[in-house]
Design a protein around this ligand. Structure first.
Ligand SMILES: NC(=O)c1ccc[n+]([C@@H]2O[C@H](COP(=O)([O-])OP(=O)(O)OC[C@H]3O[C@@H](n4cnc5c(N)ncnc54)[C@H](OP(=O)(O)O)[C@@H]3O)[C@@H](O)[C@H]2O)c1
Length: 259
């Protein structure tokens, strides 16, 4: 049997590209998505054994159900990419708290639950690699996307801590921090009326995924996902005050009056 990789958010964007790169490296893919389009993944990755699993990761029952489905497959887990995620644009005073709680459930709670199952399984087999997609937004306050950035900071810090714990068990953890990337992400977040509404200037998801997968197999603790400008922005964030970063971010994320 070929090695197995579980990829959440594999139906589109960065997750699809991660699945594609892992397939090229000889992995069978268990691809997870929220909607029916995950069922198209086998056709999109011809020549690879692909098992699509549908689960709404905002729902705790479905997160646990997903893990049970995985266990029933009776496969070892060699690579896990916790990548599914979303954002929500708009002023905090206007956004709906129910949407924000769902965002926390997807971007944080579901990842922690899956990481618990995955870590225990990989420690028991004394091997495995975990890739956690966070964001460059982990390194800055994110006004007008006010809940999203903190979910990515949580996951970045969590990934680094988990990495240290799992090291002695032969399991490595790598965090991927993409800069803005040309996927459906900002459109779905309702950010059309911001600088992020335009995909033309953003990173190529294929490049972002390639950097993440290379870092995963090199055992790196993290990698910035993107071009030179993205790496420069990451460096600048290290040396800027939180207040100045918040101001800069708001210039790009605050909805303008465009139709
Ligand atoms: N794009 C960017 O600018 C950017 C920048 C930094 C970090 N990131 C991070 O990259 C990751 C992937 O984002 P992307 O840009 O590739 O976005 P995307 O194109 O919108 O893809 C999101 C993926 O997550 C899945 N998903 C969404 N909600 C879900 C739910 N409730 N349950 C299960 N799966 C769900 C989607 O499945 P369906 O299609 O079936 O709904 C899809 O496969 C996220 O964690 C995000 O934080 C993105």
């Amino acid at each position: 049997m070929k090695p197995t990789a579980l990829v959440t958010g594999a139906s589109s964007g960065i997750g699809f590209r991660i699945a594609q790169q892992l397939a090229t490296r000889g992995y069978d893919i268990i691809g997870v998505g929220a909607s029916d389009r995950i069922l198209e993944l086998p056709q999109k990755l011809p020549g690879t054994t692909v098992i699509p699993l549908r689960a709404d990761l905002t729902d705790r029952e479905q997160v646990d159900g997903l893990w049970r489905e995985f266990e029933q497959l009776g496969r070892p887990l060699n690579v896990a990419a916790l990548n599914a995620g979303a954002s929500l644009g708009g002023a905090f005073i206007d956004t709906d708290i129910e949407d924000e709680l769902r965002l926390l459930a997807l971007n944080v709670t579901s990842q922690v639950i899956l990481a618990k199952h995955i870590s225990r399984a990989m420690v028991a087999q004394r091997s495995g690699r975990i890739l956690i997609t966070t964001s460059l937004s982990a390194t800055t306050p994110t006004p007008y996307e006010s809940i999203y950035g903190p979910t990515r900071s949580f996951m970045y810090s969590f990934a680094q801590g988990l990495r240290e714990e799992l090291r002695e068990h032969g399991v490595s953890v790598t965090a991927l921090l993409p800069g803005a990337t040309a996927t459906e992400f900002h459109d779905r977040a309702g950010m059309q009326q911001t600088k992020f509404g335009d995909n033309s200037w953003k990173n190529d998801p294929e490049l972002v995924a390639k950097l993440g997968v290379e870092a995963l197999f090199s055992g790196r603790d993290h990698v910035i996902g993107g071009d030179r400008g993205t790496r420069w922005a990451a460096l600048r964030n290290k040396f800027s005050s939180e207040e100045s970063k918040a101001k800069r971010f708001a210039q790009d994320s605050k909805p303008d009056e465009r139709d």
